[in-house]
Design a protein around this ligand. Structure first.
Ligand code: NDP
Length: 477
């Protein structure tokens, strides 16, 4: 039998769709799943693609079915299962084989795994895959980390299965060891922020303007034809238009308001903090999900505290305010993306990855969950100025911020006065206001720190004196 050119372990939601995608693009693939029933079911349902697939019951059979040197994608539950699977696989592998972890790994695990194989004849690739089930099946965005040499060996097959934006494949080698999984993590962090901001705007439309879900759906549908055009706005329109088959009510109205999370948002925040980068939009989004999940506590708190007195939404001109909401969402989104890219720039320096910012924006333009028109604009901005300190000071985005931040200010203040929570939108506004202000207020913090801890400070006039006159003899104005 003709050997497969690639193997895949893990026929769950992502793995099975990725395997079909690989087979459909003309690549012969061997597949294996811990639970054999899943392999049988997968093969039985593969239809015309069966001829491209070799289903295997044991790891030994699986490895033997792939032509060496073997690229093997591991698409299973992230964490310990990946280490366990690698250990089970290793005895069957030979020199030059590449294990590719395609799950949502923490990049620190990826670096550890990469390191553990560094002096062995085996190689490791950490590969972020975005696009969910649909993306995996028809073209995901793929972020690859590992040696350039191992990337070259899988480039062809990964290019064949990736999403395309105007013909450009949405896959790239981003750097050594953990680079791919780090970028995927920040992609997800930005996704958290984007979704939170959309939900906050939905809250204003629902609880402020008192629009029904189908009416809000039309608003998002309309925005999707403009500058906010993106996958997340598109699915928001669809989700809000759907009816619950059981009650006939809008589907969103019968869904519990408690959001789940698996970890990549939290990792983004932790890494941003570790790197000393303010990622306030992602932080607000993760905190928003945590608060949402405390449903029982919130129900009790509403009984005790009540809703704010100012609940009546101020009179606003519907059309102008809708325009403001659209611009506010765009402004806040710019803030979140700028922060995400700033985190990646800092990580790139810290870990010596040389992350290519224009390429990252490019491979997110299609296939992934945050795909949008807007990423094309980010690609252009970073192509013109790849080392810029922050996206919002590039000429194109500075102009956009100046154009839209007034709307963001009006929306945030209107929501605050009405007692509607908008933590992510407000964080973006404060981020712009802090970042653009050359003289901030941290001089007072420095004075306080010096007062209680003798931490010292720098003076604006450069005078070589670093402590204040806080003692008993201090002059008082
Ligand atoms: P599923 O829950 O659908 O499938 C999990 C797979 O992992 C199954 O094949 C399962 O095998 C296997 N598995 C679990 N534990 C072990 C173990 N100890 N040893 C060997 N195999 C094991 O998950 P998904 O396909 O959704 O996710 C797979 C990976 O892709 C995860 O890392 C996830 O975070 C990531 N991802 C998911 C996305 C999504 O939208 N769902 C998007 C992007 C990435 P078995 O059948 O035997 O239980």
């Amino acid at each position: 039998m003709e050997q497969a050119e690639i193997g895949l372990i893990g026929l769950g939601v992502m793995g099975s769709n990725l395997a079909l995608n690989i087979a459909e693009k003309g690549n012969k693939i061997a597949v294996f799943n811990r639970t054999q029933e899943a392999t049988k079911k997968f093969y039985a349902e593969a239809g015309a693609l069966q001829s491209q697939i070799i289903p295997c019951e044991t790891l030994e059979e699986f490895v033997a079915a792939i032509r060496p040197p073997r690229p093997i994608i591991i698409m299973i539950k992230a964490g310990d299962p990946v280490d366990q699977q690698m250990e089970l696989l290793k005895p069957y592998l030979s020199a030059g084989d590449i294990m590719i972890d395609a799950g949502n790994a923490n990049f620190r695990d990826t670096m550890r795994r990469f390191d553990s194989l560094k002096d062995s004849p085996l190689t490791f690739i950490g590969m972020g895959v975005s696009g969910g089930e649909e993306g995996a099946r028809h073209g995901p965005s793929i972020m690859v980390g590992g040696t350039e040499e191992s990337w070259k060996r899988v480039e062809k097959v990964l290019t064949s299965i990736s999403a395309k934006f105007n013909g450009d494949p949405c896959v790239a080698w981003l750097g050594n060891d953990g680079a791919g999984h780090f970028v995927k993590t920040i992609h997800n962090g930005i996704e958290y922020a984007d979704m939170q901001m959309i939900a906050e705007i939905y809250g204003i439309l629902r609880d402020g303007l008192k629009l029904s879900a189908p009416e809000i759906s039309k608003v998002f549908g309309n925005w999707n034809t403009g500058r906010l055009n993106s996958y997340l706005i598109e699915i928001t329109e669809k989700v809000l238009a759907a009816a619950d088959p059981i009650t006939g009510q809008p589907m969103v109205d019968v869904i519990l308001d408690a959001a789940g999370q698996k970890g990549t948002g939290k990792w983004s925040v932790i890494e941003a903090q570790n790197l000393g980068v303010a990622a306030t939009g992602i932080e607000a989004a993760v905190a928003g999900r945590i608060l949402s999940s405390q449903k029982a506590e919130r129900v009790e708190a509403e009984k005790i505290l009540g809703l704010p007195d100012t609940l009546a939404f101020p009179a606003v001109d519907g059309v102008a305010f809708l325009k403001d909401l659209e611009s506010a969402l765009l402004a806040a989104k710019i803030g979140a993306y700028a922060q995400g890219f700033a985190v990646m720039a800092a990580a790139s320096k810290e870990y010596g990855w040389h992350l290519p910012m224009p390429t990252i924006a490019k491979i997110w333009r299609a296939g992934c969950i945050i795909r949008s028109q807007f990423l094309d604009e980010i690609t252009s901005a970073f192509t013109k100025d790849p080392d810029v300190a922050n996206l919002i000071v590039t000429p194109a985005f500075a102009a956009l911020v100046k154009e839209t931040d007034g709307a963001l200010r009006r929306v945030v203040s209107t929501a605050a006065l009405a007692g509607l929570p908008v933590p992510a939108l407000a964080s973006a506004l404060s981020y712009f206001d802090s970042y653009r202000r050359s003289r901030g207020t941290a001089n007072l913090i420095q004075a306080q720190r010096d007062f209680f801890g003798a931490h010292g400070f720098d003076r604006v006039d450069g005078v070589d004196k670093h402590h204040g006159p806080w003692g008993s003899g201090a002059a008082i104005y």
